[in-house]
Each structure stands twice: as structure tokens, then as C-alpha cells.
Write a protein that binds this ligand. Structure first.
Ligand SMILES: C[S@@+](CC[C@H](N)C(=O)[O-])C[C@H]1O[C@@H](n2cnc3c(N)ncnc32)[C@H](O)[C@@H]1O
Length: 371
């Protein structure tokens, strides 16, 4: 009588199914990357992880291990097109006794394979090219590149020491030996340069100058640009000497922001009712939630974030607070449109006279959801 298929046989079958699905979804477009998806054992990169619970209320993540949900179900989840969280708030998980986690911000994950391969396809990387990856994470995307391009052609930088150590073990265990570094990817890695391609799997507030120095003219930088107002975009840039230009993609995958660029916890100081000067506003706060206008607003006020609340039982106002410059704008609906009350150094036509007196409230914002 035939026994149960072993884990490697089952995993190989699940990879074939995943590859077929990614091809059908238009994510996988070339035989080379398809072969990589069929070969790389994602289960060695996420031996345990967290998934979001369906329970109503505060967002909670629950641990997923072969022990707590069974090996078959764990393996099935590993090979679905989902992002699985592996770290929160920069703390390592105690996998001997993992507990549900809430009120935490994910800081490392295995990004959904559909997005990883779509980015790899967009990168136009071919054999013989030297590639720099920023954000090793679990090492799964690094492994796909090693399979397709050869380990010697791949350098990957991870900022978190524990995350980097686990990725190194998983990569070695799968037979891949890329150049792995622990550090801030914004500096790139000069010793491995020049690179033909640079791919970042975390978001940045700007393009670091070192990337422009280390990527060859004509080379590609693929990264998410994002700001503190939650607007972001995946951008593909072609390097032309000391600058680069390119296009944002039509959809906007949400990558977690680089550790060193996270917004301060406090949104800033809520202005008092008499602070600032008033004028009619051309637009209401809805533009701040539309991708294009919000991105422009972030460029104009990179330190600003916004939230809405009613003050002293009055109408709901939208507060745009800059925790860096201490500027503010408060948008409130009027009978005929919108009014803005603004102050601080960034508010045009007003003087910087604002202080943050003790006793004023400071505001906080829930973190954005990212992969
Ligand atoms: C979404 S995860 C990467 C997913 C990974 N590519 C995979 O397939 O598993 C983003 C990673 O970027 C790392 N990171 C954040 N800021 C960084 C920085 N400045 N330099 C290098 N890595 C960074 C995080 O620690 C996290 O592990």
C-alpha cells in the first residue's frame, strides 16, 4: 500500500499549482521566473509565521506553525499567494510558545509571491547581470533571484540582524549562497558595485544617492516610494549618470517603510482654537485620500499626517499636522465649501509664531497596512 506523500513531494506539487495560478493572474510572464517559483521551497523560508485573525475588533495576528494547525494546512498556506508576517515592532518571536499579537506593527514578512515575481519580471534582470536587493526579509525573493541568476550575481542587504541570520540559514539550507549583508540598504554596498539592477522590497521616502552611484547608467532601480501620509507607488527608474527617471506603476503595492524612515509616533500638537489664520479653501480633505493628490501633498509637506475629529462637540475637522516643522492646517466644512485655518513655518502667508504649550494634546495614528 502506498504511504502518505512526503513533505517535499507535497510541496513540489503545491509549487506547481502556485506557478500555474501566478501565470494565469498575469504575474509570471517568463519561463525563467516560472522555473524559479517551481523550484524554490518557500516552506524552508517560513517554517512558522503569523496570519491576520478574522476576529472583529482590534487587528490581531495569530501564529501559524505545523504544530498548531497541522502540517498539511501549514504547507497549503505557505504556497498560497499571500503575505505572511514574521516579525512585529522589530522584536523576534519566541517560537517555542508563540502567542497571538495585537497593537503591533509588522516589521518583516514574506511578501506575497505574486508581487515578488511581478517585480522580478518588471526588473528585466537576465543571466550575467549583477543585482542588489534591499530588504532580504525571509530570503524567499533572494532565493528566486539566486535560482534564476546564480548566487554569485545576487547581493542582498537586510537591516535587522535576527531577520538576516534566519534568511542566511534558510538560503544555505536550500542550496543558495548569495552575498548577504546586515545594514541600512540606503547605503547600498559599494564593494559589490556596479549593479545592473537594484530592487527594494521595503518602501523609501526618497531615492538614496548611493543607489545612483552604484547602479550602472542604463541600469534599473525598482522600489516603492512612500511618505507618511500613506500614499505610495512602485516606481521603475532608469539610471542616467547621477540621476534617474521613470514611471510609477498603475497599481500601488504597499511595502513597509524602511525602518530608519518610520514616522514619529506622535502626529504633532493639536492647535488651539484661536491659532493660525483663516481663509477659504479650494479643496476639502477628500483629496488627501486620493492616490495622486495625496502623493503631491506628501512631497509638499513630507513631515505631515492627517486625521479627522470633532472638537468640543462641533463639526468634524480634518487636522493636517507636521510633527517636524510644527506647521498645521485645519479643514472644516462651511455652508459654501471649505475653510482652512493654518499656521507655522510651512503655512504660506503666516508667521512662525506657534509654540507647543504644555497641556495641549498630541495625536496618534494607526499604522498603515503593509507587506
Ligand atoms: C517586506 S520585507 C521583505 C520581504 C522579502 N523580500 C521576502 O521575500 O521575504 C521588508 C524587509 O525590509 C527590511 N528593511 C527595512 N528597512 C531596511 C533598510 N533600510 N535596509 C535594508 N532592509 C530594510 C525589513 O527588516 C524587512 O525584513
Amino acid at each position: 500500500m502506498a504511504g502518505e506523500p512526503d513533505i517535499e513531494t507535497t510541496a513540489a506539487g503545491l509549487r506547481l499549482r502556485l506557478a500555474r495560478q501566478l501565470e494565469k493572474d498575469g504575474r509570471l510572464r517568463s519561463p525563467g521566473w516560472r522555473a524559479a517559483v517551481e523550484a524554490v521551497p518557500r516552506h524552508l523560508f517560513i517554517p512558522h509565521f503569523y496570519r491576520e485573525s478574522d476576529a472583529p475588533g482590534v487587528t490581531t495576528w495569530e501564529p501559524v506553525t505545523p504544530q498548531n494547525i497541522g502540517q498539511d494546512e501549514w504547507l497549503r498556506l505557505v504556497y498560497t499567494d499571500e503575505t505572511w508576517m514574521t516579525q512585529f515592532d522589530g522584536h523576534d518571536i519566541d517560537w517555542t510558545d508563540p502567542k497571538p499579537i495585537s497593537n503591533a506593527t509588522p516589521t518583516s514578512s514574506s511578501t506575497l509571491p505574486g508581487l515578488v515575481v511581478r517585480m522580478l519580471e518588471d526588473l528585466d534582470a537576465e543571466q550575467g547581470m549583477n543585482v542588489l536587493e534591499i530588504g532580504t526579509g525571509t530570503g524567499y525573493s533572494t532565493a528566486l533571484m539566486c535560482h534564476r541568476l546564480g548566487s554569485d550575481s545576487v547581493t542582498s542587504i537586510e537591516t535587522d540582524e535576527g531577520v538576516a541570520r534566519r534568511a542566511r540559514q534558510a538560503l544555505a539550507g536550500s542550496g543558495y549562497t548569495p552575498h548577504l549583508l546586515v545594514g541600512d540598504g540606503r547605503a547600498g554596498h559599494r564593494d559589490g558595485a556596479p549593479y545592473d539592477r537594484l530592487i527594494a522590497t521595503c518602501g523609501f521616502r526618497n531615492i538614496p544617492p548611493a543607489w545612483l552611484e552604484q547602479v550602472l547608467p542604463g541600469g534599473v532601480i525598482l522600489t516603492t516610494l512612500r511618505g507618511w501620509m500613506r500614499s505610495l507607488g512602485l516606481v521603475k527608474l532608469i539610471v542616467t549618470g547621477d540621476s534617474a527617471s521613470g514611471w510609477f506603476s498603475e497599481d500601488d503595492p504597499s511595502f513597509m517603510i524602511a525602518r530608519q524612515q518610520e514616522a514619529p509616533e506622535s502626529l504633532g500638537t493639536v492647535p488651539g482654537p484661536a491659532d493660525g489664520t483663516r481663509r477659504k479653501a479650494m479643496y476639502g480633505p477628500a483629496v488627501l485620500t486620493e492616490a495622486g493628490p495625496a502623493f503631491m501633498a506628501q512631497l509638499a509637506a513630507p513631515g505631515a499626517r492627517f486625521f479627522s475629529m470633532a472638537v468640543d462637540g462641533g463639526p468634524v475637522s480634518t487636522f493636517v499636522l507636521d510633527s517636524v516643522t510644527d506647521s498645521f492646517a485645519v479643514l472644516t466644512a462651511t455652508d459654501s465649501g471649505w475653510q482652512v485655518r493654518q499656521g507655522g513655518p510651512d503655512a504660506s502667508g503666516t508667521q512662525s509664531s506657534r509654540r507647543s504649550p504644555p497641556g495641549r494634546s498630541t495625536a496618534h495614528q494607526a499604522p498603515p497596512r503593509s507587506v
